[in-house]
Design a protein around this ligand. Structure first.
Ligand code: NCD
Ligand code: ZN
Length: 331
């Protein structure tokens, strides 16, 4: 196969930021995706109706005439039923960050116990919970350690839809089978790189992200789930742009900017493994079923065509800058 047409591809985990950065990166996602789940970790998190409405407008202005549905999330905190009732139809879920675990998460969850009231409201209102599942322990064990929290959450709230965001380990893939109400997103970069690519040779700041890339056997397990379009798994790029001076510095910010390359590189990867037939399911159909959404109609065709990823998009360096990809978008 040298061509594939995808129907309404979706990116189920995306950071668009705000202001000038949003204006720079949002059109790049809107060009290729029919919609995306927008993360709420702005410097002042999106955690009330007013900020949410302002943010939706800002995104709509930045994408202009492109068909692109921003599926919004609120930053987890203690919410009342009334507060959530006012935004229920404007959001796809609530995103929970353990306090201090990643970029702009200082106001995240302090304790599960204190969060139970809100979690039970989410369950009753059928609002999905999206989770950055890392503990505060040793960096390579953070996701594995957090599985016990997922276990408690899934058991205590069996009707709450819980999305394990950007899973990176073999254990997390296996864990999906443990509870019916657990689902996951997988990024492009975790299908391609391991810790060796980040820190095994010269340190690669543009491959540094949270959760950090793990071992080859972890990547293989993620690949198997994605290539087989595991029904509980969706694509979520976790494209998280930072200006170049925040990446190429001592104290490198976590986040990989993959939005402009994710679809072509996924096509290349699926083609390489003879799994192109499963790309539609991984990139859109699973998400539609899991979240019960009907994205706007939009078709994107990719073809076998070599192009070079630019050195930068403005002041942001993309994933795999200055390398060649063998699949490209048909304009
Ligand atoms: C994300 C960011 O920069 O907002 N960074 C990252 O490394 N993935 C936050 C996140 O999703 O953890
Ligand atoms: Zn993220």
């Amino acid at each position: 196969m040298t061509r594939i047409t995808l129907s309404s591809p979706l990116d189920m985990h995306l950071h668009l930021r705000e202001g000038a950065m949003l204006k720079l990166v949002a059109p790049l996602s809107a060009k290729m995706f029919a919609g995306a789940v927008i993360m709420p970790n702005l410097v002042l998190p999106v955690d009330n109706r007013e900020k949410l409405e302002k943010y939706i407008l800002e995104i709509k202005n930045a994408v202009g005439n492109e068909i692109f549905m921003p599926y919004m999330t609120l930053f987890f905190r203690g919410y009342s039923e009334m507060e959530l009732a006012k935004v229920k139809y404007d959001i796809i879920g609530v995103k929970l960050y353990p306090a201090g675990i990643t970029t702009n998460s200082e106001n995240g969850m302090q304790s599960l116990k204190k969060s139970e009231k809100t979690l039970s409201i989410l369950q009753e209102m059928e609002i999905p919970l999206l989770v950055h599942g890392e503990s505060g322990g040793f960096v390579l064990d953070r996701e594995k350690d957090f599985l016990s929290t997922y276990n408690k959450l899934a058991r205590k709230f069996p009707r709450l839809k819980i999305i394990m965001e950007h899973i990176t380990t073999r254990e997390a893939v296996k864990f999906l089978d443990k509870h019916e109400n657990l689902y996951a997103t997988i990024t492009l970069h975790h299908l391609l790189i391991t810790l060796d690519d980040v820190a095994g040779g010269l340190l690669a700041p543009h491959l540094f992200c949270k959760p950090i890339a793990k071992r080859p056997e972890d990547r293989d397990a993620l690949l198997e789930a994605a290539l087989n379009a595991h029904p509980k798994v969706m694509f979520g790029s976790d494209s998280a742009p930072h200006p170049i001076h925040k990446k190429e510095s001592s104290g490198c910010a976590a986040g990989i900017f993959s939005a402009p390359v994710s679809l072509p590189m996924l096509a290349e990867l699926f083609a390489k493994h003879g799994a192109l037939d499963n790309l539609q399911t991984f990139i859109s159909d699973n998400a539609r079923k899991i979240y019960k959404i009907t994205p706007p109609a939009k078709t994107i065709t990719l073809e076998k065509r070599t192009w070079r990823i630019p050195e930068n998009y403005g002041y942001v360096v993309p994933f795999m800058a200055e390398t060649s990809v063998s699949w490209g978008i048909v304009k």
